[in-house]
Design a protein around this ligand. Structure first.
Ligand code: PMP
Length: 400
């Protein structure tokens, strides 16, 4: 069996991790994979999560019974409120179908499966560039991929004109994927005014927005502000899909916990959509795991724990802003060629440095710095004490 089978290549981000793990240098830095780390370089477990883990461990009445196919009902209700806001008209009118999913990727894939099976338009437009797994997740479900212009390498900012032109000429009814906030890999988000223009264009052309919300709270430090783009599209009474992840904002990477919400026109449609999601989930994985949902639910339903979470999130996002500033200052003080102000203008966990492949190769070979070839670095994986080392290396690569 499989005698002639060729080995599959590692996905790029894993290949970088493999190379990093093999490197014996004590100075090595891994800025590829999108994980928020402590100053010591460890994956950051939030205090509020540790507290809830202790509570759950002591709760002898809790069992491990199967969850319903669509997950823990309380988790779904609270997750929808977190994204759309408690007073959201769509929630009040029961127009939202929310189901627990296997984190952000599982939510994206489930949404794509639903659209491929039941929506009449199979073309999805992705921002150029986008999160590396988006094309895989959406095309594996059977959707056809196209792109819209997003990042302008000349300004290191948004190509707003290109974006609007591409939305303006998109196929009627096509699906458009948006990053709700903290765009990965560029760290470039539209302003509120730009979102409003995007919203108008989307509605005018009858496009279907599909939001990926993987960094809520980590961008501005405020959970409501980071969901503002989505809420603008819900306030107008129109439809949209939202894939939500708790990997980054609760540090629950390995728990694989998130949700998919479909905002519908009526409560009756939402009910039918939910029933169809059950049909898709059942032959996939039958029902989702319980532990991550229990952690999230405990935090979202308790005022005290929720407050602690928001305080921790604010501290995390402040650290990201601080590290950006330190890197920018360090490059300026070294007189590194070029304008690096985009490092502080971009937001969230990712920064698109503008370094080219040759410079990235140099950083890896000469300085043991591992990152993806598009020039993105994970600011969340950069400690303050590593900033001078990174700045020296970038200076060396750029000023050669
Ligand atoms: N969307 C984006 C934009 C991401 O950056 C990521 C993770 N890096 C995901 C989705 C998937 O996250 P998860 O681990 O929750 O599946």
């Amino acid at each position: 069996l499989f005698q002639e089978l060729a080995p599959a290549p590692d996905p790029p981000v894993y290949a970088t991790t493999v190379a990093y793990n093999k490197d014996p240098s004590p100075d090595k830095l891994h800025l590829g994979i999108g994980v928020y780390r402590t100053e010591e370089g460890n994956c950051h477990t939030l205090n509020v999560v540790k507290q809830v883990e202790r509570m759950l461990a002591n709760d002898l009445s809790a069992d491990k019974e199967y969850l319903p196919i669509t997950g823990m009902p309380e988790f779904n209700k609270l997750s929808a409120e977190l994204i759309f806001g408690c007073g959201s008209p769509a929630i009040k009118e029961s127009r939202v179908a929310t189901v627990q999913c296997v984190s952000g990727c599982g939510s994206l894939r489930l949404g794509a499966e639903l659209l491929a099976k039941l929506y009449n338009q199979h073309v999805v437009y992705l921002p150029e560039p986008t999160y590396g797994n988006h094309p895989n997740l959406l095309s594996a479900a059977g959707l056809t991929l196209k792109t819209y212009r997003y990042y302008d390498p000349k300004t290191h900012g948004l190509d707003f004109q290109g974006l609007m032109e591409d939305l303006g000429s998109a196929l009627t009814g096509a699906i458009v994927l948006f990053h709700a906030s903290g765009h990965n890999p560029t760290g470039v988000d539209p302003t509120c005014e730009q979102w409003e223009q995007i919203r108008r264009s989307v509605r005018l052309r009858g496009l279907l927005p599909f939001f990926d919300c993987a960094y809520q709270g980590l961008v501005s430090g405020n959970l409501d502000a980071d969901a503002q783009s989505i809420r603008m599209f819900v306030c107008d009474g129109g439809e949209c899909l939202v894939a939500q992840s708790y990997s980054k904002n609760l540090g629950l990477y390995g728990e694989r916990i998130g949700s998919l919400s479909i905002v519908c026109k009526t409560a009756d449609v939402a009910k039918r959509v939910e029933s169809q999601l059950r049909l898709i989930i059942r032959p996939f994985y039958s029902n989702p795991p319980i532990h991550g949902a229990a952690i999230v639910t405990a935090i979202l339903k308790d005022r005290g724990l929720y407050k602690e979470w928001t305080a921790e999130l604010k501290a995390m996002s402040d650290r990201l802003v601080g590290v950006r500033r330190q890197l920018f200052d360090a490059l300026c003080s070294r007189g590194t060629l070029g304008d690096w102000s985009h490092i502080t203008k971009q937001v969230g966990m990712s920064t698109f440095t503008g370094l080219n492949e040759d410079q990235i190769d140099f950083l890896t070979k000469e300085h043991h710095i591992y990152m993806s070839y598009d020039g993105r670095i994970n600011i969340g994986g950069l400690s303050s004490k590593a900033v001078p080392y990174l700045a020296d290396a970038i200076h060396d690569a750029v000023n050669r």
